[in-house]
Write a protein of this length. Structure first.
Lengths: 305, 289, 325
């Protein structure tokens, strides 16, 4: 068990290092960084100055090692545009993105767990088919478009919620709902299939033979086992949702990390972009580790072996 | 006499499958035909600007003009014609991305599943690494650095979306490799190539077909998102995502400008997903994880 | 002896298969009643329909279904769930998968008592420990805190039995409880059941296909074939004077030391168990039966051979003189 986690942790570190390297290469193999930074109207002189100032004239491996050395210490350099440490910028924006991710996940779970259980209990009926349709619709919904439609309907026409920006909790409602849409289909399907499997199992028959109440059979005995994969996938989904927050934060002008990345991309502020890619990747890696840990906590067969 | 009947269950999935298959295939087939025949069926040139007639509502709405079935956009271009060309972009991006990511993912997955050991470890590592990279962000960054173009979008999406192909190809290849009849073929002294092409590939093909539909849907959605953010297919190409992006300034006054391309996007992706779901049901494969 | 469980005219259809076709049997208080037959003959379905645990898509009809004198055929799920685990309990063939992997043995045992009696946790734990000791588990305190995957198959089946006894049931239905276990463990479990039955005065409906088990533990035997109880008799009567051609065939398949001579082949019944469609009439065994006549396609009479021995056959009891086995 401990060995398993040490191994998983070692792999995670290796993945993180690979992502670090890829994040570095991302900005280098795509052409001459100095030209990109200088912009279209720059003179040759400007480009030379930039190359000098950012150390881009050094050999690539020197640049890489220098960058790597700083990055592992949490130093992602300075933003070209904001004139601030990249680490500070990200730290300031992170709470918004994390809040959005957690709100989205919470909404997704509140919707998909009951739907999945309902579909499993009524397997093969119109209820089941309706739930399957909901999952399909959610899967096909373009998130940015859903965001815009919600803005028109709830922001403008009904005027229930603020259209965009960051401020009160109300600003997180629509983005949270839109983000939840991306996780609802997979969580619903997983809950459904897990519940169907659990409900068909021998231990459910035992629970019924014991005369337990319907609620106890469904939740305590059925869902408890179906929940094991759902919980770990939910953790991984949170990682995907954070990674995908750039679209939603841009649509709703929610000033989180994704919005920061979006601003930086349009301003050719590559140290920031690089750092955001890295931070989101590291968050994902951490969440997959958490998922494994949760799995072990929830599944006694893993925990005690 | 006392009769107790428990509710019937099961056996209905195939019915839904067939229903979903018909609808899904209908939508996808329709879009494919429209995309293919676009130049011959559009009523107007989708790029022709007419600043005199901007944001004309669709013909079935108040103030609509029968000449423009779906109205005109902010530059007076015929919305219906642009929508039809948009189908072309979505379909082509979807298909090309699936081919690119399919080649990468299936190669990696089959190698890992077939050879196992160190090779498999490397493949699993590649998949893990790929999954940890935020795809949309990287795609945007690359597009910003290189300047976006149609082929770049295909290439970036193809390079980013191979993971599910690899995961499914790997696990199914492993299952096939360990089957008794394949073991029997080994013992009969056939070559690796023979086992790979005669036993493994035909047997995993059905699973991969399901993945292909899911990936196509994802690619279409991602292209739209990238174009929406201005770093996908470059203007003036009428990508549905770009149409929504260009129209969003006007959406509070004339919501139909975003409803129309968004609905088209939604219906096409739904169709592709329905097709994939139906395939999955018919083959009884479960790829939910 | 008074009747504990009376099943009359039980019919179960699952999808398009008539799984049970008018089966009747009675389990008396404090008696072990064995239900024997080949796999697929409807034994398990009979047991499950008594408990109200039939799978989805099945349909049950009964002329009468009485438990301790009370008609339970019309009971809904709510009423049945009050009986189950409390006054009637069941153990299953698959000890490996019948316990919930997510909960400890103790938690799964105590919840029965808490559900039916509202017993406080501490008392329920004591009762569980007592019963684990009763079914021959050493260190019950330790086992209560363990998860099912930490126990062997034999131990799990003992836990299942102990769990079934939590509320002192009057009826215990055991569906092939030893089939999945090692031979040595099988004997232990059977001895345990026999002991419990004697000590607690349980009525046991034991389902098995193993005639060796029947001979050792049963007070009374019912033989099922193709969804019908074709013969029912006290154990000794059934083994010494079987009347139904199927029973005779079944007994001739069993090697009995001293009776079977060297080099003499064991008996076998030709053919396979038919899958019965609804609407099938007559004797289900007639296609495999050497004594079949055209009358076998009609209504089959239930004949009383005396001494509580009943046969469902067109032939007179004691046909052909001595028993074949």
């Amino acid at each position: 068990m401990l060995r398993f986690f040490l191994r998983r942790f070692a792999v995670a570190v290796l993945v993180a290092l690979t992502v670090l390297t890829l994040a570095f290469l991302l900005t280098r193999i795509s052409g001459d960084l100095a030209i990109s930074i200088a912009g279209p109207n720059a003179t040759q002189q400007d480009i030379e100055t930039i190359r000098e100032a950012y150390g881009l004239n050094r050999p690539l491996h020197v640049q890489y090692l220098d960058w790597l050395g700083r990055a592992v210490q949490g130093d992602f350099g300075e933003s070209y545009f904001f004139r601030d440490r990249v680490a500070n910028l990200i730290a300031a924006r992170m709470p918004v993105t994390l809040t959005l991710g957690l709100v989205g996940l919470a909404i997704a779970l509140v919707v998909s767990l009951p739907l999945g259980i309902l579909a499993a209990v009524r397997e093969g009926t119109w209820v089941d088919r309706a739930v399957t349709m909901v999952a399909l619709v959610g899967q096909a919904m373009p998130s940015f478009w859903l965001g815009l439609v919600l803005m028109v309907v709830f922001g403008l026409q009904l005027a229930w919620l603020p259209i965009s920006g960051t401020g009160s909790w109300e600003h997180f409602v629509m983005p949270g709902v839109v983000l939840a849409f991306s996780a609802i289909p997979s969580l619903t399907r997983l809950t459904r299939s897990g519940m169907i499997e659990a409900l068909a199992s021998d231990y459910i028959r035992t629970a019924r033979a014991k005369g337990l109440s319907r609620l106890s059979i469904l939740v305590k005995h059925g869902f408890r086992n179906a929940a094991i994969p759902v919980v770990s996938i939910a953790a991984v989904q949170l990682g995907f949702m954070l990674g995908g927050s750039i679209v939603i934060e841009t649509v709703f002008a929610l000033h989180g990390v994704g919005y920061l990345a979006w601003e930086s991309i349009s301003k050719n502020d590559f140290p920031v972009v690089q750092a955001v890619v890295l931070v989101l990747a590291l968050l994902y890696i951490a969440l997959t580790l958490l998922a494994d840990l949760l799995n072990a906590v929830l599944d006694p067969r893993l925990r005690t072996s | 006499m006392t009769t107790i009947a428990t509710t019937a269950g099961g056996g209905r999935r195939t019915l839904l499958g067939n229903w979903g298959f018909l609808v899904g295939a209908g939508i996808v087939g329709f879009c494919a035909i429209v995309a293919l025949l676009a130049p011959w069926i559009v009523p107007y040139d989708p790029f022709a600007i007419d600043l005199e007639r901007r944001l004309v509502p669709p013909s079935f709405m108040e103030g609509g003009d029968p000449r423009n079935f779906l109205g005109t956009d902010q530059l007076g271009r015929d919305y219906f014609s642009r929508l039809i060309y948009g189908a072309r972009i979505s379909m082509v991006i979807g298909v090309l991305t699936v081919i690119t990511s399919g080649v990468i993912g299936i190669t990696l997955g089959v190698l890992g599943g077939f050879y196992g050991g160190k090779i498999d470890d490397a493949v699993v590592f590649a998949i893990t690494t790929r999954l940890s990279i935020p795809a949309v962000l990287v795609a945007l960054a690359v597009a910003a650095l290189r300047g976006s173009s149609f082929m770049l979008v295909v290439l970036v999406l193809g390079l980013l979306l191979w993971d599910r192909f690899a995961v499914v190809a790997r696990s199914t290849t492993m299952q096939i490799r360990n089957l008794d009849y394949v073991a029997a073929a080994w013992c009969a002294g056939v070559s690796r190539w023979w086992v790979l092409t005669r036993e493994v590939l035909p047997n995993i093909a059905t699973h991969l077909a399901v993945v292909a539909t899911l990936e196509m849907a994802l690619a279409i959605l991602l292209e739209a998102a990238l174009s929406f953010l201005g770093l996908g297919v470059p203007a003036p190409l009428p990508s549905w995502g770009l149409m929504i992006s260009e129209a969003k300034e006007y959406m509070f006054f004339t919501p139909w400008v975003i409803i129309i391309p968004g609905a088209a996007l939604f219906v096409l992706v739904l169709g592709v997903n329905l097709l994939g779901d139906a395939l999955r049901d018919m083959m009884g494969t479960d790829l939910s994880r | 002896m008074s009747a504990l469980l009376e099943i009359e005219g039980l019919r179960v259809t699952i999808g398009s298969t008539a799984a049970v076709r008018g089966a009747s049997l009675t389990v008396n208080k404090g008696e072990t009643h064995c239900l024997v037959g080949e796999s697929g003959c409807g034994k398990s379905i009979t047991a499950l329909s008594v408990m109200g645990l039939l799978p989805k898509g099945s349909r049950r009809e009964t002329t009468a279904l009485r438990f301790a004198g009370q008609e339970i055929g019309r009971f809904g799920e709510r009423d049945m769930s009050r009986l189950r685990g409390d006054r009637m309990a069941m153990i299953f063939q698959e000890p490996m998968t019948s316990l919930n992997p997510a909960y400890t043995v103790g938690s799964q045992m105590t919840e029965v008592l808490r559900r039916h009696r509202g017993t406080p946790r501490a008392q329920a734990v004591d009762r569980a420990a007592e019963l684990l000791a009763r079914v021959g588990i050493t260190a019950p305190g330790l086992r209560l805190g363990q998860f099912p995957h930490q126990l062997s198959g034999g131990l799990r089946q003992r836990v299942m039995i102990a769990m079934a006894l939590m509320c002192d049931p009057e009826l215990l239905i055991a569906d092939e409880p030893t089939t999945a276990l090692d031979v040595t463990v099988q004997a232990q479990i059977l001895r345990l059941l026999a002991g419990l039955q004697k000590d607690l005065g349980l009525g046991i409906l034991l389902i098995t296909h193993d005639l060796g088990i029947v001979a050792r533990v049963a007070d009374r035997v019912s033989v099922m074939y193709a969804g019908e109880v074709v013969e029912s008799a006290p154990t000794a009567a059934l083994f010494t004077a079987p009347d139904h051609p199927y029973t005779r065939g079944l007994l001739s398949c069993v090697p009995v030391p001293g009776k079977v001579k060297r080099d003499e082949p064991l008996g076998s019944i030709p053919g396979v168990v038919p899958r019965i469609q609804p609407g099938f009439a007559g004797c289900g065994f007639r296609d495999r039966c050497a004594m079949a006549t055209p009358a076998c396609a009609g209504t089959i009479p239930r004949r009383d051979a005396g001494g509580g021995h009943e046969v469902l056959c067109v032939l007179e009891p004691r046909w052909g003189g001595a028993a074949a086995a």
